[in-house]
Design a protein around this ligand. Structure first.
Ligand code: CDP
Ligand code: CDP
Length: 195
C-alpha cells in the first residue's frame, strides 16, 4: 500500500510528536525532514555540497535539536540547490510500500502534493516558544524571538515557503493536550484510510 501523510507547520507546533504517534498507530514509516536541513546546517562548509553528500551518520549527531541548529537549518533551507538535493530522497521515502509520514514545511505543497492526507499543525508563537523553552531552557524571551525569526524566514523565502496546502486540514494545537492533538490527527488519517 502506498499512503502518504504530509504534516507541515511552524516550529514547535507539535508536528514531530503527532507524526511519531500516527506512524506508530498505523504502522507507517516516519521521516523528520527537518533533521535533513538541521544536519546540513550544522555540517558547515558549502551547504549545497553538504546536502548532496548527506550520510546517515550526519543524521545521527546529538547536536541537531539545539536552537542554533534550528537557525542554521532555516538559513540553508532558503537555498534552492539545497532543497533540490534533498528532494528525491524525501519523495522516495513518501511513496515507499507500507505507508509513510513525513513532517516538515513543504511536504504537502512541494514534496508530496499528491499525499493522501495533508495536515497543517500550528499554534500561537507564544505557545510554541514556551514549549521549546521547556525543552531547551535558557532565556525565554530569546527563545520567542528565535521562533519568530525562523517562522518569518520560513514563510517569506521564495522557494517552498511554509504555508498550508489548499487541501490541508489545519490543526491548531494551542489549546490541545498532546493526546487531543494526536487524536485529531489520527481521526483524519482513519477517515481517509476507510474511503
Ligand atoms: O516537531 P515540532 O517542532 O512541530 O514540535 P514537537 O517537537 O512535536 O513538539 C514541541 C514540544 O511541544 C514537545 O516537547 C511536545 O511534547 C510539546 N507539545 C505539547 O506540549 N502539546 C502539544 N499539543 C504538542 C506538543
Ligand atoms: O522542529 P522544528 O519545527 O523546530 O524544526 P524542524 O522541523 O527540525 O526544521 C528546522 C528548519 O528546517 C525549519 O525552520 C526550516 O527552515 C527547515 N525545513 C524546511 O525548510 N523544510 C522542511 N521540509 C523541513 C525543515
Amino acid at each position: 500500500m502506498i499512503f502518504t501523510v504530509a504534516i507541515d507547520g511552524p516550529a514547535a507546533a507539535g508536528k514531530g510528536t503527532i507524526s511519531r504517534a500516527v506512524a506508530e498507530r498505523f504502522g507507517f514509516a516516519h521521516l523528520d525532514t527537518g533533521a535533513l536541513y538541521r544536519a546540513v546546517g550544522v555540517k558547515g562548509g558549502d551547504p549545497v555540497a553538504a546536502a548532496r553528500g548527506l550520510t546517515p551518520a550526519d543524521l545521527a549527531r546529538d547536536d541537531l535539536r539545539t536552537l542554533e541548529a534550528g537557525q542554521a537549518a532555516s538559513k540553508v533551507a532558503v537555498i534552492p540547490e539545497v532543497r533540490q538535493a534533498l528532494l528525491d530522497f524525501q519523495r522516495d521515502f513518501a511513496r515507499r510500500a507500507g505507508g509513510a509520514v513525513l513532517d516538515g514545511r513543504d511536504i504537502g505543497t512541494v514534496i508530496c502534493p499528491e499525499a493522501e492526507v495533508k495536515l497543517f499543525v500550528t499554534a500561537s508563537p507564544e505557545v510554541r516558544a514556551h514549549r521549546r523553552w521547556l525543552e531547551v531552557g535558557g532565556d525565554a524571551a530569546q527563545v520567542l524571538a528565535e521562533v519568530k525569526e525562523r517562522d518569518a524566514r520560513d514563510m517569506t523565502r521564495a522557494d517552498a515557503p511554509l504555508k498550508p496546502a489548499a487541501d490541508a486540514v489545519v490543526i491548531d494545537t494551542s489549546r490541545l493536550s498532546i493526546e487531543e492533538a494526536i487524536a485529531a490527527a489520527c481521526a483524519v488519517v482513519s477517515e481517509r484510510l476507510c474511503k
